[in-house]
Design a protein around this ligand. Structure first.
Ligand code: PAF
Length: 286
């Protein structure tokens, strides 16, 4: 596995990697890798002949400097895991390489980025859209893979690709979960053992609401019950818990496929997000 740090080493390394017409899949990450990231690398290997990853804790997408400062950084272990997973190249850019002096360009996506995370983390999706566009333009992969845990992020990135025509196939990969159902996330490492065991209330509440709505239950009360379950189950705040159109992320008062339940809530000072698809049960006579 080639480890690239200097920007001028990236181009020749990529040219060599792509060689005679190989396809190249990119897995952009912020490090602190877990099995969810490794599932992206495995999927990347299945769709392309070559696989590259990036590790970059992107300052532009952190609206809270304290959140940036405490974001877990585990570079040595990350490199070992990527190598073992069969990654061909890792690029670890520095902030100065991606955002040189005088950097003044911002990619801002209207519509799909505005609600939910966009509302609670002002500027977050501008930072994501800008860095992802930069990474895709620098690496020029044929495919790029992102986890579905960040459902809204995936929708924003699809919008960027569609609007700018970078020429990369954007692929989402289903959320990888711990044995108890908690979505894998680099932020889980910040939870105390007590809060970690309680954090499973998040997927549990989503599944209960999803079951209720899928069986024809009213949306509003199902969402209220799920929020109450989070607050009584150890979460301190629920930023949102909503039923949305899977593509536009617009809220739904009545079920309409394709739809998802999305949520963001904090426990022990750690903000977690999750989402699940919801399908309507086929009911005889409907
Ligand atoms: O999902 C992430 O880890 C980040 O938001 C991404 C896509 C690597 C951009 O920094």
């Amino acid at each position: 596995m080639q480890i690239i740090r200097a920007l001028d080493a990236l181009k020749p390394a990529l040219a060599q990697l792509r060689g005679s017409g190989d396809t190249l899949a990119l897995v952009p990450t912020m490090g602190a890798l877990h099995d969810g990231h490794l599932a992206l690398v495995a999927e990347a290997k299945a769709v392309a002949t070559r696989v590259a990853a990036t590790i970059f804790v992107n300052p532009l997408q952190f609206n809270d400097p304290k959140d940036l400062a405490r974001y877990p950084r585990t570079e040595e272990a990350d490199l070992a895991r990527l190598e073992a997973a069969g990654c061909d190249l890792v690029w670890l850019p520095t902030p100065a390489q991606l955002y040189p002096d005088g950097f003044a360009t911002n990619i801002s996506v209207r519509g799909v980025s505005e609600r939910w995370e966009g509302e609670h983390r002002p500027g977050h999706f501008d930072g994501v859209a800008t860095v992802v566009a930069k990474l895709l333009l620098a690496v020029r992969p044929t495919h790029a893979l992102f986890g579905e845990k960040d459902w809204q992020q995936l929708a924003v990135i699809r919008r960027v690709e569609a609007d700018l025509g970078i020429g990369v196939e954007i692929l989402g990969h289903p959320t990888v979960r711990e044995a108890d159902g908690l979505a894998m996330s680099s932020r889980n490492a910040l939870l105390s053992p007590e809060k970690r065991s309680k954090a499973v209330a998040l997927p549990t509440a989503l599944h209960a609401a999803g079951k209720e709505i899928g069986a024809g239950g009213a949306v509003g009360p199902a969402l209220e019950r799920a929020k109450a379950a989070l607050l009584s189950g150890g979460f301190s705040t629920v930023d949102y818990l909503a039923l949305v159109d899977s593509r536009s992320l617009e809220p739904l008062e009545k079920p309409r496929e394709p739809m998802r339940l999305i949520a963001a809530a904090s426990i022990g000072g750690v903000r977690l997000i999750d989402n699940i698809p919801v399908t309507l049960e086929q009911q005889v006579g409907r």
